[in-house]
Design a binder for this molecule. Sequence first.
Ligand SMILES: [Zn+2]
Length: 297
Amino acid sequence: MIQRERVADNVFSFQSDIYAQVTAGAVIGPNWAVVIDTLALPEETLAIRDFIEQELNVPVRYVIISHYHADHAWGTYFFPGATVIGHSLCREWLLERGVPSLESSRRHSQVFRNLKIVPPHITIGDGQLTLRVGKKNMSIFSLPGHSADNVAVLVEEDRVLFSGDACMPLPYIVDGNIDDMVLSLKQVSKLGLENIVQGHGDIILRGEIEGYTKDNLAYLSQIRKAVRKAGRRKYPMDILDEVTVESCGKSRVLIGGLAEQLHRRNLIALYTQMYGVVPESSYDDDDYYDDEEVEPE
Ligand SMILES: [Zn+2]
């Protein structure tokens, strides 16, 4: 159900087999552990907790959440003894948007029936917070773009970065900002990393990091170009319809096959952010935007 990988001594990552290859992590100290993000389904988060508390036999004392989206943040409820850490906006948005969103999910599904939103107890703004676990320093800092509240966690001694959704196989900016995403990717490329544990998808190894950040920056520049071209037309959506994920340099099989769908949303969101209106189509089909609610956030 979840894949577990040992990234460095006492540093683990977990990846969901069920939902959009979403990831989480853990750093294990001699007396207690830190969890970084929770997974989309309660049973997956419970599997992480059991591994740490039953197999490794240490309690989870802190849970750091990278951002407020459900697939990363809703599982804090399963660590009642832990202190939750996140960005101040993450706390605000979990309360403002997460609580009603959970209520509506409960109406459709039994999966979240026992769950409550537990927002961060300790919040950071745009500064940095360092947490010492055993002999390791974990530095937590803002890394926006996917969302304004995204934070990353760097395990300094191991040069392992848990990036949250600032790093994904396909950059996803629908709830964020493309300029922030560009700055964050450039920042990541300069950190001298051994590994990046992306918010979704596989671990990026040291030798792949340069190419990876370059590819993601190239994708962002391609979609910006496409949106500008569309912006000069009467029916911009007709142009955007023809801009496939492959034509922007990315494969459609990424993120469990969701790449094309996420790409379409990126184009529409970027157009809307740049021009202040949704792109119009000559087909004038009112149902056009009613796509299915499959949201890897
Ligand atoms: Zn997200």
